[in-house]
Design a protein around this ligand. Structure first.
Ligand code: NAD
Length: 420
Protein backbone atom coordinates (compact mmCIF):
# COMPACT_ATOMS: atom_id res chain seq x y z
CA UNK A 1 0.00 0.00 0.00
CA UNK A 2 1.72 3.26 -1.10
CA UNK A 3 1.98 5.86 1.63
CA UNK A 4 -0.32 8.82 1.89
CA UNK A 5 1.43 11.88 0.34
CA UNK A 6 0.08 14.28 2.98
CA UNK A 7 1.36 12.08 5.84
CA UNK A 8 4.69 11.94 4.06
CA UNK A 9 4.76 15.74 3.73
CA UNK A 10 4.04 16.10 7.45
CA UNK A 11 6.73 13.65 8.43
CA UNK A 12 9.24 15.55 6.25
CA UNK A 13 8.19 18.77 7.98
CA UNK A 14 8.42 17.33 11.48
CA UNK A 15 11.82 15.69 11.10
CA UNK A 16 13.42 18.87 9.72
CA UNK A 17 11.62 21.09 12.24
CA UNK A 18 13.05 18.95 15.05
CA UNK A 19 16.57 19.22 13.67
CA UNK A 20 16.31 23.01 13.26
CA UNK A 21 14.40 23.53 16.51
CA UNK A 22 11.85 25.60 14.61
CA UNK A 23 9.44 27.76 16.61
CA UNK A 24 6.25 25.78 17.45
CA UNK A 25 4.13 28.59 15.97
CA UNK A 26 5.73 28.12 12.55
CA UNK A 27 5.36 24.33 12.70
CA UNK A 28 1.71 24.69 13.68
CA UNK A 29 1.15 27.04 10.78
CA UNK A 30 2.83 24.75 8.24
CA UNK A 31 1.17 21.54 9.37
CA UNK A 32 -2.25 22.86 8.32
CA UNK A 33 -3.06 24.57 5.02
CA UNK A 34 -4.17 28.21 5.38
CA UNK A 35 -7.29 27.54 3.29
CA UNK A 36 -9.00 24.47 1.92
CA UNK A 37 -11.36 25.18 -0.95
CA UNK A 38 -13.58 22.39 -2.21
CA UNK A 39 -16.10 23.10 -4.93
CA UNK A 40 -18.73 21.34 -7.01
CA UNK A 41 -18.44 22.21 -10.67
CA UNK A 42 -21.58 21.60 -12.75
CA UNK A 43 -20.90 21.26 -16.46
CA UNK A 44 -23.25 20.82 -19.41
CA UNK A 45 -22.01 17.83 -21.38
CA UNK A 46 -22.29 17.56 -25.18
CA UNK A 47 -25.32 15.24 -24.90
CA UNK A 48 -27.22 17.86 -22.86
CA UNK A 49 -26.78 16.10 -19.46
CA UNK A 50 -25.41 18.07 -16.55
CA UNK A 51 -22.48 16.41 -14.80
CA UNK A 52 -21.05 17.62 -11.50
CA UNK A 53 -17.28 17.41 -10.98
CA UNK A 54 -15.29 17.93 -7.78
CA UNK A 55 -12.58 20.57 -7.68
CA UNK A 56 -10.05 21.59 -5.05
CA UNK A 57 -7.71 24.43 -4.31
CA UNK A 58 -5.44 24.21 -1.31
CA UNK A 59 -3.75 27.42 -0.23
CA UNK A 60 -1.05 26.01 1.98
CA UNK A 61 1.00 28.98 3.07
CA UNK A 62 1.65 32.58 2.00
CA UNK A 63 4.49 33.66 4.31
CA UNK A 64 6.74 34.36 1.32
CA UNK A 65 4.13 35.72 -1.14
CA UNK A 66 0.92 34.85 -3.02
CA UNK A 67 -0.06 31.16 -3.10
CA UNK A 68 1.38 29.56 -6.22
CA UNK A 69 1.03 26.11 -7.75
CA UNK A 70 -0.50 24.06 -10.51
CA UNK A 71 -3.92 22.69 -11.34
CA UNK A 72 -4.13 18.98 -12.07
CA UNK A 73 -6.97 17.35 -14.02
CA UNK A 74 -6.79 13.64 -13.22
CA UNK A 75 -9.18 10.86 -12.10
CA UNK A 76 -7.07 10.21 -8.99
CA UNK A 77 -6.99 13.79 -7.71
CA UNK A 78 -8.06 13.85 -4.08
CA UNK A 79 -7.78 16.13 -1.08
CA UNK A 80 -4.75 14.51 0.58
CA UNK A 81 -2.84 14.46 -2.68
CA UNK A 82 -3.56 18.13 -3.36
CA UNK A 83 -2.70 19.10 0.24
CA UNK A 84 0.69 17.40 -0.07
CA UNK A 85 1.34 18.97 -3.45
CA UNK A 86 0.49 22.42 -2.03
CA UNK A 87 2.85 21.87 0.92
CA UNK A 88 5.64 20.83 -1.46
CA UNK A 89 5.03 24.08 -3.40
CA UNK A 90 5.64 26.09 -0.21
CA UNK A 91 8.92 24.23 0.23
CA UNK A 92 9.90 24.42 -3.44
CA UNK A 93 9.28 28.14 -3.77
CA UNK A 94 11.42 28.77 -0.69
CA UNK A 95 14.26 26.60 -2.08
CA UNK A 96 14.34 28.32 -5.46
CA UNK A 97 13.91 31.65 -3.67
CA UNK A 98 10.88 33.16 -5.43
CA UNK A 99 8.44 35.42 -3.55
CA UNK A 100 5.56 32.94 -3.59
CA UNK A 101 3.82 30.74 -1.10
CA UNK A 102 2.45 27.29 -1.83
CA UNK A 103 -0.84 26.24 -3.40
CA UNK A 104 -2.20 23.47 -5.57
CA UNK A 105 -5.52 22.47 -7.05
CA UNK A 106 -7.25 20.12 -9.34
CA UNK A 107 -10.37 18.46 -10.58
CA UNK A 108 -11.17 14.77 -10.24
CA UNK A 109 -11.72 14.04 -13.92
CA UNK A 110 -10.24 12.11 -16.81
CA UNK A 111 -9.88 14.94 -19.33
CA UNK A 112 -9.12 12.45 -22.11
CA UNK A 113 -12.77 11.41 -21.93
CA UNK A 114 -14.03 14.99 -22.47
CA UNK A 115 -14.57 16.76 -25.79
CA UNK A 116 -12.70 20.06 -26.33
CA UNK A 117 -15.94 21.95 -25.61
CA UNK A 118 -16.61 20.03 -22.38
CA UNK A 119 -13.02 20.65 -21.21
CA UNK A 120 -13.36 24.38 -21.85
CA UNK A 121 -16.75 24.58 -20.08
CA UNK A 122 -15.33 22.62 -17.13
CA UNK A 123 -12.30 24.92 -16.88
CA UNK A 124 -14.41 28.08 -17.09
CA UNK A 125 -16.93 26.79 -14.53
CA UNK A 126 -14.07 25.85 -12.16
CA UNK A 127 -12.60 29.35 -12.62
CA UNK A 128 -15.95 30.93 -11.67
CA UNK A 129 -15.95 28.87 -8.46
CA UNK A 130 -12.34 29.80 -7.66
CA UNK A 131 -12.51 33.46 -8.70
CA UNK A 132 -13.22 34.89 -5.22
CA UNK A 133 -10.15 33.09 -3.87
CA UNK A 134 -7.51 33.70 -6.57
CA UNK A 135 -5.89 36.77 -8.14
CA UNK A 136 -2.46 38.15 -9.13
CA UNK A 137 -1.59 39.12 -5.56
CA UNK A 138 -3.52 36.34 -3.82
CA UNK A 139 -3.18 32.98 -5.54
CA UNK A 140 -1.74 32.29 -8.99
CA UNK A 141 -2.48 28.84 -10.52
CA UNK A 142 -0.38 27.20 -13.26
CA UNK A 143 -0.39 24.03 -15.39
CA UNK A 144 0.28 20.57 -13.98
CA UNK A 145 -0.63 17.05 -15.08
CA UNK A 146 -3.13 17.15 -17.97
CA UNK A 147 -3.43 20.95 -17.97
CA UNK A 148 -1.67 23.19 -20.45
CA UNK A 149 -1.26 26.70 -21.88
CA UNK A 150 -4.67 26.65 -23.58
CA UNK A 151 -6.39 25.83 -20.29
CA UNK A 152 -4.47 28.66 -18.58
CA UNK A 153 -5.65 31.07 -21.32
CA UNK A 154 -9.29 30.08 -20.61
CA UNK A 155 -8.74 30.74 -16.90
CA UNK A 156 -7.23 34.16 -17.56
CA UNK A 157 -10.11 35.03 -19.89
CA UNK A 158 -12.87 33.85 -17.55
CA UNK A 159 -11.28 35.47 -14.48
CA UNK A 160 -10.77 38.77 -16.36
CA UNK A 161 -14.47 38.77 -17.36
CA UNK A 162 -15.49 38.24 -13.72
CA UNK A 163 -13.30 41.01 -12.26
CA UNK A 164 -13.95 43.35 -15.19
CA UNK A 165 -10.30 44.01 -15.99
CA UNK A 166 -7.75 42.08 -18.00
CA UNK A 167 -5.63 40.17 -15.47
CA UNK A 168 -2.92 38.19 -17.22
CA UNK A 169 -1.00 37.67 -13.94
CA UNK A 170 -3.83 35.56 -12.43
CA UNK A 171 -2.30 32.43 -13.96
CA UNK A 172 1.07 31.47 -15.39
CA UNK A 173 1.90 29.00 -18.13
CA UNK A 174 -0.18 30.94 -20.67
CA UNK A 175 0.60 30.74 -24.39
CA UNK A 176 3.42 33.03 -25.54
CA UNK A 177 1.65 35.98 -27.22
CA UNK A 178 -1.20 35.74 -24.68
CA UNK A 179 0.84 36.86 -21.68
CA UNK A 180 2.90 33.69 -21.40
CA UNK A 181 6.65 33.80 -20.90
CA UNK A 182 9.17 32.57 -23.38
CA UNK A 183 10.59 29.32 -22.09
CA UNK A 184 7.80 28.36 -19.62
CA UNK A 185 6.89 25.18 -21.50
CA UNK A 186 10.46 23.89 -21.37
CA UNK A 187 11.21 25.32 -17.91
CA UNK A 188 10.66 22.31 -15.64
CA UNK A 189 12.60 19.90 -17.85
CA UNK A 190 15.35 22.46 -18.46
CA UNK A 191 15.56 23.33 -14.76
CA UNK A 192 15.95 19.64 -13.92
CA UNK A 193 18.71 19.41 -16.50
CA UNK A 194 20.59 22.37 -14.97
CA UNK A 195 20.23 20.83 -11.50
CA UNK A 196 21.50 17.45 -12.65
CA UNK A 197 24.50 19.00 -14.44
CA UNK A 198 25.40 20.99 -11.34
CA UNK A 199 25.14 17.95 -9.06
CA UNK A 200 27.23 15.83 -11.42
CA UNK A 201 29.91 18.52 -11.34
CA UNK A 202 29.73 18.86 -7.54
CA UNK A 203 30.19 15.12 -7.03
CA UNK A 204 33.06 15.08 -9.52
CA UNK A 205 31.55 12.86 -12.20
CA UNK A 206 31.59 13.33 -15.97
CA UNK A 207 28.19 13.47 -17.65
CA UNK A 208 29.09 12.29 -21.14
CA UNK A 209 27.65 8.88 -22.00
CA UNK A 210 25.81 8.45 -18.70
CA UNK A 211 22.72 6.38 -19.49
CA UNK A 212 19.23 7.58 -18.53
CA UNK A 213 15.77 5.99 -18.27
CA UNK A 214 12.76 8.29 -17.97
CA UNK A 215 9.31 7.31 -16.70
CA UNK A 216 6.76 9.81 -18.07
CA UNK A 217 7.05 11.35 -21.51
CA UNK A 218 4.80 14.35 -21.03
CA UNK A 219 5.81 17.98 -20.79
CA UNK A 220 8.54 17.46 -18.21
CA UNK A 221 9.96 14.13 -19.38
CA UNK A 222 10.05 14.99 -23.07
CA UNK A 223 11.90 18.31 -22.70
CA UNK A 224 14.32 16.84 -20.16
CA UNK A 225 15.06 13.94 -22.53
CA UNK A 226 15.92 16.41 -25.30
CA UNK A 227 18.27 18.50 -23.16
CA UNK A 228 20.00 15.38 -21.82
CA UNK A 229 20.53 13.91 -25.26
CA UNK A 230 21.85 17.19 -26.67
CA UNK A 231 24.36 17.38 -23.80
CA UNK A 232 25.76 13.91 -24.54
CA UNK A 233 23.78 11.66 -22.16
CA UNK A 234 22.42 8.43 -23.66
CA UNK A 235 18.66 8.23 -23.19
CA UNK A 236 17.90 4.51 -23.41
CA UNK A 237 14.31 4.24 -22.18
CA UNK A 238 11.10 6.26 -22.08
CA UNK A 239 7.63 5.36 -20.90
CA UNK A 240 4.15 6.77 -20.61
CA UNK A 241 0.98 5.52 -18.92
CA UNK A 242 0.54 2.78 -21.54
CA UNK A 243 4.09 1.39 -21.57
CA UNK A 244 7.40 2.35 -23.05
CA UNK A 245 10.42 1.68 -25.22
CA UNK A 246 13.94 0.54 -24.42
CA UNK A 247 16.74 0.95 -26.93
CA UNK A 248 19.97 -0.10 -25.18
CA UNK A 249 22.26 1.80 -27.52
CA UNK A 250 20.24 4.99 -27.12
CA UNK A 251 17.14 6.63 -28.54
CA UNK A 252 18.67 8.96 -31.07
CA UNK A 253 15.69 10.73 -32.60
CA UNK A 254 13.42 11.94 -29.83
CA UNK A 255 11.46 14.08 -32.25
CA UNK A 256 10.54 10.98 -34.25
CA UNK A 257 9.52 9.18 -31.05
CA UNK A 258 7.33 12.13 -30.03
CA UNK A 259 5.69 12.21 -33.46
CA UNK A 260 5.15 8.46 -33.41
CA UNK A 261 3.55 8.73 -29.95
CA UNK A 262 1.39 11.59 -31.18
CA UNK A 263 0.16 9.50 -34.13
CA UNK A 264 -0.33 6.15 -32.40
CA UNK A 265 -1.44 7.59 -29.02
CA UNK A 266 1.23 5.65 -27.12
CA UNK A 267 4.99 5.26 -26.84
CA UNK A 268 4.99 1.48 -26.90
CA UNK A 269 5.95 0.42 -30.39
CA UNK A 270 7.72 3.68 -31.24
CA UNK A 271 11.16 2.12 -31.78
CA UNK A 272 12.91 4.99 -33.46
CA UNK A 273 16.56 4.87 -34.39
CA UNK A 274 17.61 7.58 -36.75
CA UNK A 275 14.30 8.85 -37.98
CA UNK A 276 12.99 5.35 -38.66
CA UNK A 277 10.20 4.12 -36.39
CA UNK A 278 9.79 0.65 -37.74
CA UNK A 279 8.07 -1.96 -35.64
CA UNK A 280 9.10 -4.87 -37.87
CA UNK A 281 12.77 -3.98 -37.53
CA UNK A 282 12.68 -4.17 -33.79
CA UNK A 283 15.57 -6.58 -33.32
CA UNK A 284 17.73 -4.88 -35.92
CA UNK A 285 17.22 -1.57 -34.17
CA UNK A 286 17.99 -3.13 -30.81
CA UNK A 287 14.76 -1.88 -29.30
CA UNK A 288 11.93 -3.51 -27.43
CA UNK A 289 8.81 -2.53 -25.59
CA UNK A 290 9.13 -2.16 -21.87
CA UNK A 291 6.70 -1.46 -19.07
CA UNK A 292 6.47 1.75 -17.13
CA UNK A 293 7.52 -0.17 -14.00
CA UNK A 294 10.50 -1.83 -15.68
CA UNK A 295 11.85 1.52 -16.87
CA UNK A 296 12.78 2.34 -13.28
CA UNK A 297 14.71 -0.91 -12.84
CA UNK A 298 16.83 -0.91 -15.99
CA UNK A 299 20.66 -1.07 -15.82
CA UNK A 300 21.27 2.66 -16.27
CA UNK A 301 23.22 5.40 -14.46
CA UNK A 302 20.26 7.74 -13.92
CA UNK A 303 16.59 7.01 -13.44
CA UNK A 304 14.06 9.83 -13.79
CA UNK A 305 10.53 9.42 -12.45
CA UNK A 306 8.67 12.15 -14.37
CA UNK A 307 5.06 10.92 -14.13
CA UNK A 308 3.13 10.69 -10.85
CA UNK A 309 3.57 10.16 -7.11
CA UNK A 310 4.57 6.86 -5.49
CA UNK A 311 6.45 5.47 -8.49
CA UNK A 312 9.30 4.19 -6.29
CA UNK A 313 8.01 2.19 -3.34
CA UNK A 314 9.37 -0.41 -0.96
CA UNK A 315 8.34 -3.04 -3.52
CA UNK A 316 10.67 -1.83 -6.28
CA UNK A 317 13.29 0.39 -4.58
CA UNK A 318 15.67 -2.51 -4.08
CA UNK A 319 15.53 -3.30 -7.79
CA UNK A 320 16.78 0.14 -8.81
CA UNK A 321 20.19 -0.22 -10.42
CA UNK A 322 20.86 3.46 -11.13
CA UNK A 323 23.25 5.42 -8.91
CA UNK A 324 21.27 8.66 -9.34
CA UNK A 325 17.50 9.25 -9.14
CA UNK A 326 16.42 12.62 -10.51
CA UNK A 327 12.91 13.22 -9.15
CA UNK A 328 11.10 15.30 -11.76
CA UNK A 329 7.59 14.19 -10.71
CA UNK A 330 6.25 15.50 -7.42
CA UNK A 331 6.48 12.95 -4.61
CA UNK A 332 7.62 9.98 -6.72
CA UNK A 333 9.43 8.20 -3.83
CA UNK A 334 7.69 6.87 -0.73
CA UNK A 335 9.31 7.16 2.71
CA UNK A 336 10.24 3.46 2.87
CA UNK A 337 11.67 3.61 -0.64
CA UNK A 338 13.69 6.69 0.28
CA UNK A 339 15.25 4.78 3.18
CA UNK A 340 16.05 1.80 0.96
CA UNK A 341 17.69 4.03 -1.66
CA UNK A 342 19.67 5.80 1.07
CA UNK A 343 21.01 2.46 2.33
CA UNK A 344 21.98 1.53 -1.24
CA UNK A 345 23.85 4.88 -1.54
CA UNK A 346 21.69 5.95 -4.45
CA UNK A 347 21.91 9.74 -4.79
CA UNK A 348 18.33 11.05 -4.85
CA UNK A 349 17.96 14.58 -6.24
CA UNK A 350 14.68 15.56 -4.58
CA UNK A 351 11.57 16.79 -6.38
CA UNK A 352 11.40 20.05 -4.45
CA UNK A 353 14.74 21.01 -5.98
CA UNK A 354 14.81 19.12 -9.29
CA UNK A 355 11.44 20.28 -10.63
CA UNK A 356 11.48 23.84 -9.30
CA UNK A 357 12.44 25.27 -12.70
CA UNK A 358 8.75 25.40 -13.63
CA UNK A 359 7.81 27.67 -10.80
CA UNK A 360 10.95 29.76 -11.27
CA UNK A 361 9.86 30.62 -14.81
CA UNK A 362 6.26 30.99 -13.60
CA UNK A 363 7.62 33.67 -11.32
CA UNK A 364 9.40 35.29 -14.30
CA UNK A 365 6.09 35.21 -16.23
CA UNK A 366 4.15 36.72 -13.34
CA UNK A 367 6.84 39.40 -12.92
CA UNK A 368 6.73 40.28 -16.64
CA UNK A 369 2.91 40.51 -16.51
CA UNK A 370 2.95 42.70 -13.39
CA UNK A 371 5.59 45.04 -14.87
CA UNK A 372 4.37 44.89 -18.49
CA UNK A 373 7.68 43.52 -19.70
CA UNK A 374 8.56 40.86 -22.28
CA UNK A 375 11.87 39.07 -21.79
CA UNK A 376 13.63 37.16 -24.54
CA UNK A 377 14.02 33.41 -24.40
CA UNK A 378 17.78 33.82 -23.86
CA UNK A 379 17.13 36.09 -20.87
CA UNK A 380 14.67 33.62 -19.36
CA UNK A 381 17.00 30.65 -19.81
CA UNK A 382 19.98 32.58 -18.37
CA UNK A 383 17.99 33.65 -15.30
CA UNK A 384 16.62 30.11 -14.91
CA UNK A 385 20.10 28.64 -15.08
CA UNK A 386 21.36 31.08 -12.43
CA UNK A 387 18.43 30.27 -10.12
CA UNK A 388 18.75 26.51 -10.49
CA UNK A 389 22.51 26.46 -10.08
CA UNK A 390 22.35 28.65 -7.00
CA UNK A 391 19.57 26.59 -5.41
CA UNK A 392 21.44 23.37 -6.20
CA UNK A 393 24.73 24.60 -4.75
CA UNK A 394 22.90 25.81 -1.66
CA UNK A 395 21.17 22.46 -1.11
CA UNK A 396 24.37 20.52 -1.79
CA UNK A 397 26.43 22.68 0.62
CA UNK A 398 23.72 22.24 3.28
CA UNK A 399 23.80 18.46 2.81
CA UNK A 400 27.56 18.55 3.41
CA UNK A 401 27.28 20.90 6.39
CA UNK A 402 24.61 18.83 8.18
CA UNK A 403 25.78 15.47 6.78
CA UNK A 404 22.27 14.67 5.50
CA UNK A 405 20.65 13.59 2.22
CA UNK A 406 19.89 16.15 -0.47
CA UNK A 407 16.19 15.83 0.42
CA UNK A 408 16.74 16.65 4.07
CA UNK A 409 19.09 19.47 3.03
CA UNK A 410 16.42 20.89 0.70
CA UNK A 411 13.91 20.98 3.58
CA UNK A 412 16.50 22.63 5.83
CA UNK A 413 17.12 25.36 3.23
CA UNK A 414 13.38 25.94 2.77
CA UNK A 415 12.37 25.91 6.42
CA UNK A 416 15.22 28.23 7.40
CA UNK A 417 13.98 30.68 4.78
CA UNK A 418 10.39 30.38 6.03
CA UNK A 419 11.57 30.94 9.60
CA UNK A 420 13.48 34.14 8.75
P1 NAD B 1 2.00 15.61 -18.40
O1 NAD B 1 0.55 15.38 -18.22
O2 NAD B 1 2.47 16.47 -19.51
O3 NAD B 1 2.76 14.20 -18.55
C1 NAD B 1 2.63 13.15 -17.64
C2 NAD B 1 3.24 11.94 -18.30
O4 NAD B 1 3.23 10.85 -17.38
C3 NAD B 1 2.47 11.43 -19.53
O5 NAD B 1 3.40 11.00 -20.50
C4 NAD B 1 1.68 10.25 -18.99
O6 NAD B 1 1.37 9.30 -19.99
C5 NAD B 1 2.70 9.72 -18.02
N1 NAD B 1 2.17 8.82 -17.02
C6 NAD B 1 1.03 8.90 -16.30
N2 NAD B 1 0.91 7.82 -15.51
C7 NAD B 1 2.00 7.07 -15.73
C8 NAD B 1 2.49 5.85 -15.23
N3 NAD B 1 1.79 5.16 -14.32
N4 NAD B 1 3.66 5.38 -15.71
C9 NAD B 1 4.36 6.04 -16.63
N5 NAD B 1 3.98 7.21 -17.14
C10 NAD B 1 2.81 7.70 -16.70
O7 NAD B 1 2.52 16.13 -16.98
P2 NAD B 1 3.86 16.92 -16.67
O8 NAD B 1 3.55 18.36 -16.64
O9 NAD B 1 4.94 16.39 -17.54
O10 NAD B 1 4.09 16.48 -15.15
C11 NAD B 1 4.78 15.28 -14.81
C12 NAD B 1 5.18 15.35 -13.35
O11 NAD B 1 6.00 16.49 -13.13
C13 NAD B 1 4.02 15.49 -12.36
O12 NAD B 1 4.34 14.79 -11.18
C14 NAD B 1 3.97 16.99 -12.09
O13 NAD B 1 3.37 17.28 -10.84
C15 NAD B 1 5.45 17.29 -12.10
N6 NAD B 1 5.75 18.69 -12.34
C16 NAD B 1 5.35 19.32 -13.47
C17 NAD B 1 5.68 20.65 -13.68
C18 NAD B 1 5.34 21.36 -14.94
O14 NAD B 1 5.78 22.50 -15.10
N7 NAD B 1 4.61 20.76 -15.85
C19 NAD B 1 6.39 21.35 -12.69
C20 NAD B 1 6.80 20.67 -11.54
C21 NAD B 1 6.47 19.35 -11.37
Amino acid sequence: MPDNPWERALSQLHSTALRLKLPPKLIARLEKPDNVIEVSVPVEMDDGREEVFHGYRIQHNNLLGPYKGGLRFHPKVDMDEVKALAFWMTIKNAIVDVPFGGGKGGITVDPKKLSAGELERLTRAFTRELAPSIGPNVDVPAPDVNTNAKIMAWIRDEYSKIVGTDSPAVVTGKPVGEGGSQGRTEATGLGGFYTLMEIIELIGRKHRDLTVAIQGFGNVGSFLAGYLKDAGFTVVALSDSKGGIYVARGITDLQAVAECKEQSGKLAGCYCVGSVCDLSNMELLGGRDTSSAEVLELPVDIVVPAALENAITKENADNIQASIVLEMANGPTTREADDILGKKHVLVIPDVLANSGGVAVSYFEWYQNMHEQEWTREDVFRKLREKMEEATRNVYATSQEYDVSLREAAYIVALKRLAE
